[in-house]
Write a protein of this length. Structure first.
Length: 175
């Protein structure tokens, strides 16, 4: 059982703890005591860091994936889903990890609709710097959408050139 230090001193700015267990090849640790306040109840919280590594708000995990809150959210509830095994992008992710990330993303999207009253959900992946990828570990953004949120499409949909569409289709086809 983890001793929750924030119950006795909500202003605590540092503490010492022992690692009582670990998972995910040492990337996840369990402490015997913590001052990291849980993100619930509308209370202020501090996720802090351990040895210079940020403590993340993990909201879901399974044997292949971890989902955690985005530190620069586009909307309320914006989270990231990543495979536990490092891979830089969509083109290199193992097919089983890709499936697991998709299933975890669906699970989180369902929770956003049910628990955050989201009106919709965007799943976003960027593959390559020109496609806005800034973190080179494959990830999917699960972004709850609300009727009055400020997000807009990054392009204005309009009818394309039919010949160019057919030429690209032919190049992308198997046959």
């Amino acid at each position: 059982m983890t001793d929750r230090l924030y119950y006795t001193d909500s202003y605590l700015r540092g503490f010492t703890a022992r690692i009582t267990g670990h998972a995910d090849h040492g990337r996840t640790v369990y402490l015997d005591r913590t001052a990291f306040y849980p993100t619930s109840g509308g209370q202020p919280f501090d996720t802090g860091s351990i040895a210079g590594v940020a403590v993340l708000d993990v909201v879901d995990e399974d044997e292949r994936t971890i989902a955690f809150m985005d530190i620069a959210p586009a909307t309320r509830g914006h989270a990231l889903v990543i495979p536990r095994e490092h891979t830089p992008d969509l083109l290199s992710v193992d097919p089983e990890d890709l499936r697991a990330v998709a299933v975890a993303s669906q699970r989180l999207a369902t929770r956003a609709k049910e628990r955050l009253a989201a009106d919709g959900v965007n799943l976003v992946n960027s593959c390559g710097a020109v496609a806005w990828q800034t973190i080179f570990h494959f990830h999917v953004h699960v972004i709850p959408r609300y009727e009055d949120d400020p997000l807009r499409l990054p392009w204005v949909p309009s009818e394309g050139d039919r010949e160019q569409i057919q030429a690209a289709a032919q190049e992308l086809s198997d046959g």
